[in-house]
Design a protein around this ligand. Structure first.
Ligand code: ATP
Ligand code: MG
Length: 582
């Protein structure tokens, strides 16, 4: 059974309600019972609904309770509060505090956000950067933006810039901005030192051999060469090897259970033009080598990173130990991911390079440039990230919880307007021409607008095809009409109707409309899930064409509107918008 919106909302509402009654953890059976009891249609299809219920319960149980409250509140205001029986309003704290740090002293906390400028920043980077900066501010410390730019083949000036702009947009202000590549000579010195101390070695085995021995846990001959033989180290740093002829490896332990400790690479030779250093250097430290040294030298007191680096923590500390450098506190949090969205540069970049997606700000992407373009605002992203807290849990939050924060913030500033998709004309027989005045927001003073209405209006095709002669509908904020006749000529539909009253009636459907002569061609770009499971969704970007009220042309690019019965959008141009969320 295809999950329709009503069912989806009912499952969510029941789950949220149950979660809130049980300390944030909904019980599957209780939700199934509630859904079964709520409608005979659901009950008779229960078997096919249960997997969806299980999925929703998992998703919702992963959320903090204040987010659950917010989501329930918004489902309620969307019209399903009857299902939930919830009337009480709840509030999400405007700032949700993160727990205190261990070993932290006021004024002495230094954090850093270390992106590789190998693509555009995404919502996952926002999470890392917001947490990093948050703690620096909490302790009156300092926050460093450090570009980990040690692979000339990956980095581009455009990407450094994209990160800087995105942080500015998020209102994150680094106290220091630096590049790992600024310290390349210093990193060479530490590399030499490790080799001369016998803690690292030049390895000239080919890649296949390195791979094989590593998986078997066996040492190679290069490792066994006496430390006193410094020929190779000079050859290496003097640039006498070609790419792939030699690397420097850490002397870890080839038999270690943790494969990250099996003599990992510290330096490799890469021929490529570096956006900051040009062609001067060919020997590049790896992230594993540069990160601990940079953190230590930059005075980082608390180094945050995502849990997937867990196995590499031992290496991080081993490098500092052998070099006798200060060790920062290491703190981990979970990587932010969403279903159906690639929250990773590594996954987004091929989509751009293979021309599947044209630009990094395509509204289907989770990049910050795309989120901005789509109408998400920085405050919502910050609240959402803080609401997730410092958990290590691998569960993916539903994208709707991010939307809920955004909706709450943009709702008061979004003008309500009408848009009709695939317009169908209705001739209204006995209506006199009138001018009506509409409020731009139901309960906040965002001004009013006047519309001249004659005997012809447009409604959306979606609504039109449901109408039958004799039906009554209300044209929102105007009057009721009765359908007299529906004519089809080829694919063209025209409807004849007559005025049937001014009073609001709860028993008839309400639809939005656009008056003839007050209509403007308008287009809305609607991003859908980019992936369905693991498969690229070829229909992930819809373009809705239709008519909007002329008032839309008064709105400046970047303003937020709510198209009635459709959702929130960000105005992009004079006649286009991007769909933000419901
Ligand atoms: P990718 O390049 O695939 O986006 P990455 O981890 O290699 O991922 P970096 O630019 O090296 O990306 O990451 C910079 C910082 O941002 C790191 O500290 C990393 O842990 C953090 N980060 C990256 N992606 C996420 C994510 N999805 N959720 C939370 N933090 C993230
Ligand atoms: Mg990386």
């Amino acid at each position: 059974m295809l999950l329709n919106q009503r069912l989806r909302d009912s499952i969510k509402a029941a789950t949220l309600q149950n979660a809130l009654e049980h300390d944030g953890k909904a019980k599957e059976d209780a939700v199934i019972g509630k859904i079964a009891a709520s409608s005979t249609e659901f009950r008779s299809n229960l078997k096919s609904i249960v997997p969806a219920i299980k999925e929703v319960v998992l998703e919702i149980n992963a959320l903090p309770q204040d987010v659950q409250k917010l989501l329930l509140e918004q489902l309620g205001s969307a019209g399903s509060s009857q299902h939930t029986g919830l009337t009480e309003k709840s509030h999400v704290a405007s700032s949700i505090p993160l727990p205190k740090l261990e070993n932290a002293t006021r004024g002495k906390v230094i954090t850093r956000f270390p992106p590789e400028p190998s693509g555009y920043p995404h919502i996952g980077h926002a999470k890392a950067a917001i947490i990093d900066e948050y703690y620096a501010r909490m302790y009156d410390g300092r926050f460093i933006l450090r570009f980990d730019d040690t692979n000339p083949l990956n980095e581009k000036l455009e990407y450094y810039e994209a990160f800087t702009l995105a942080l500015e947009w998020l209102n994150i202000r680094p106290d220091i901005i630096k590049n790992t590549s600024d310290d390349i000579e210093l990193l060479y010195d530490y590399g030499r030192k490790l080799v001369l101390n016998g803690d690292a070695y030049v390895c000239t085995c080919n890649q296949q051999k390195i791979h094989d021995l590593r998986s078997k846990g066996i040492e190679c001959d290069c490792r066994k060469r006496p430390t006193s033989d410094t020929r190779n180290i000079d050859n290496f740093f003097d640039g006498r090897f070609n790419q792939n002829e030699a690397i420097i490896r850490f002397k870890g332990s080839m038999a270690d259970q943790n494969t990250a400790m099996r003599d990992p690479t510290l330096f490799r030779i890469i021929n490529g033009h570096h956006p900051k250093l040009g062609d001067k250097y060919r020997i590049w430290p790896t992230y594993d080598f540069a990160a601990p040294i940079e953190d230590s030298l930059d005075g980082v007191s608390h180094a945050f990173r995502t849990k997937e680096y867990e196995l590499r923590n031992a290496l991080y500390f081993a490098i500092l130990e052998r070099l006798g450098l200060r060790k920062p506190n290491m703190i981990e949090f979970s990587r932010l991911e969403f279903n159906g969205l690639p929250v990773s540069k590594r996954k987004i970049k091929p989509l751009i390079e293979n021309d599947i997606i044209k630009s990094w700000d395509d509204p289907r992407l989770p990049t910050l440039a795309a989120m901005k373009r789509r109408g998400f605002i920085p405050g919502a992203i910050r609240r959402f990230v803080l609401s997730l807290g410092m958990t290590l849990a691998e569960t993916k939050p539903p994208f709707e919880s991010l939307e809920a924060f955004n909706r709450k913030l943009i709702e008061p500033e979004s003008i309500r307007l009408f848009f009709v998709k695939d317009p169908v004309e209705i001739m209204i027989q006995n209506s006199s021409a009138r001018e009506i005045r509409l409020k731009n927001h139901p309960n906040i003073d965002l001004g009013t607008r006047r519309i001249k209405v004659s005997d012809s209006i447009y409604i959306s095709k979606e609504d039109a095809i449901r109408l039958r002669a004799g039906n009554e509908v209300r044209l929102i904020e105007m009057y009721n009409i009765r359908i007299v006749e529906i004519k089809t000529e080829g694919t063209k539909l025209t409807i004849l109707a007559s005025w049937s009253g001014d009073n609001i009636r709860p028993d008839i459907p309400k639809i939005q409309w656009v008056a003839k002569n007050d209509d403007r061609q308008f287009e809305i770009l609607v991003p859908k899930e980019l992936y369905l499971g693991d498969i690229y969704n070829v229909n992930s970007l819809e373009v809705w064409k239709g008519l909007a009220e002329s008032y839309v042309t008064h709105l400046k690019p970047d303003s937020k509107v709510q198209f009635v019965r459709m959702g929130f959008c960000r105005i992009e141009g004079a006649n286009s918008a991007i769909f933000t969320h419901k």
